[in-house]
Design a protein around this ligand. Structure first.
Ligand code: GLU
Length: 435
């Protein structure tokens, strides 16, 4: 194109080189979800391009000394997708398959999720490409501290607040909080959430994501006339999210009939003993080898006879290869991005109700918000108060999304995106462009 044809308009649509429009990974999934919602945004559609490019991407080298004296280098990321509604907020993931496309998508889903439940945050996410199971505790601490120092440019209690995600926990957050505090000469508890309760953490935070999954599941089940008592549940991933959700459903009279994680796939048509399975996972690191169940093939997990399927592991698990075989009436996305757009369409055609990640798993960040508020005011709430507020927010947000879905005859995912994108883009429009 001749130079004079570089009009302002055509420049808007020239993508930065790292934004590949043909991305088939998680970021590609997210872009398709945004395209599906654009026709419902009215005049705010003018701003939609904002959602298709992260505001800031930081890639860092994280070198650490290993226990054997060698030096190892790991890739680290922190992406701030959108800050229109408040500081960045979102977890940090340690996993051997972490990529930039993945962290970008996860940061964007945080923007949508935070707006959907109306907590005053933008969206961000971080990750390190590492298999933490191969590191000693000392190596993990050095990795976490060096990563925190490297992303110190971006994070802060009113800038961007990390939290736990896959393979990170309260201990990881304690190291991050300490490192940031040492670097800034303060005790900055509000720089991360998901901290240990004795260090400015919140009661109820550990269970919050699973409790939110359970809460919206119960609401949706009422609406479609599915009794929880006796409902058969299959759960993929039995960590913080899947384990808690499974326990809450079992306590409410449902039967957990199949569970899959990275150590194996198990089933018991009479319902697994969830308390015993949680103890087994704590001791053995996964569900594989659990005595109270039968081992099944990984592929057969997807065709298990069940009423509710809860993917609570990683992205892209429900895809065009297995969606057709799913027998559940309802899918509750505990994980972020577990269903590809093709699978979404297949499930829709089969009449399976999908409760999307951006509302279903928002309980975690909701209690992260409570933790951050408690840290700022140095005044801590009771667990009853936290759980009651969490349930109320989840029920109200889900009810609003359900109504938008009915009014527009769209899926719950598109409805959640409609609610969230309108909130984000309205804030964007009101703030205006600077300079
Ligand atoms: N990692 C969780 C999520 O994906 C929680 C994020 C947070 O609490 O900031 O929603």
């Amino acid at each position: 194109m001749p130079a004079h044809e570089h009009s302002a308009h055509s420049m808007t649509h020239a993508l930065p080189s790292y934004l590949n429009p043909d991305d088939v990974g998680p970021w590609g999934t997210y872009l398709q979800q945004v395209d599906r919602v654009t026709p419902y945004l009215g005049s705010l559609a003018r701003w939609v391009e904002t959602l298709k490019r992260p505001k800031r991407i930081l890639i860092v080298d994280v070198p650490i000394e290993m226990d054997d004296g060698s030096i190892a280098h790991f890739e680290g990321y922190r992406v701030q997708h959108n800050l229109s509604r408040g500081p960045g907020k979102g977890g940090v993931r340690f996993h051997q398959d972490v990529t930039l496309s993945e962290v970008m998508a996860l940061s964007a889903w945080m923007s949508i999720k935070n707006a959907a439940v109306n907590v005053p945050y933008g969206g961000a996410k971080g990750g390190i490409r590492v298999d933490p199971r191969k590191l000693s505790k000392g190596e993990l601490e050095r990795l976490t501290r060096r990563y925190t120092s490297e992303i110190g440019l971006l994070i802060g209690p009113s800038k961007d607040i990390p939290a736990p995600d896959v393979n990170t926990n309260a201990q990881t957050m304690a190291w991050m909080m300490d490192t940031y505090s040492m670097n800034t000469g303060s005790t900055a508890t509000g720089v991360v959430t998901g901290k240990p309760v004795d260090l400015g953490g919140s009661l109820g935070r550990v269970e919050a994501t699973g409790r939110g999954v359970f809460t919206v599941g119960v609401e949706a089940a009422k609406l479609i006339g599915l009794p929880i008592e006796g409902a058969r549940i299959a759960v993929q991933g039995f960590g913080n999210v899947g384990g808690t959700a499974g326990k809450l459903f079992a306590d409410a009279g449902a039967k957990v009939v199949a569970v899959q994680d990275h150590t194996g796939s198990i089933s018991n048509v009479n319902g697994l003993d969830v308390a015993a399975l949680l103890a087994h996972v704590r001791d053995q690191g996964g569900v594989g080898g659990f005595a109270g169940a039968q081992a099944i093939e990984a592929e057969d997990f997807w065709s298990v006879d069940c009423d509710i399927l809860i993917p609570a592991a990683l992205e892209g698990q429900i895809n065009k290869d297995n969606a057709q075989r799913i027998k559940a009436k309802m899918v509750i996305e505990g994980a972020n991005g577990p269903t590809t757009p093709e699978a979404d369409d297949i499930l829709h055609d089969k009449g399976v109700l999908v409760l999307p990640d951006v509302i279903a798993n928002a309980g975690g960040v909701t209690v992260s918000y409570f933790e951050w508020v408690q840290d700022f005011s140095s005044f801590f709430w009771s667990e009853e108060e936290i759980n009651a507020r969490l349930v109320r927010i989840m029920q109200e947000a889900f009810g609003a999304v359900w109504q938008v879905a009915q009014e527009n005859k769209v899926s719950l995912r598109t409805a959640t995106f409609i609610v969230a994108c309108k909130r984000i883009l309205h804030a964007r429009e009101m703030r205006g462009l600077y300079p």
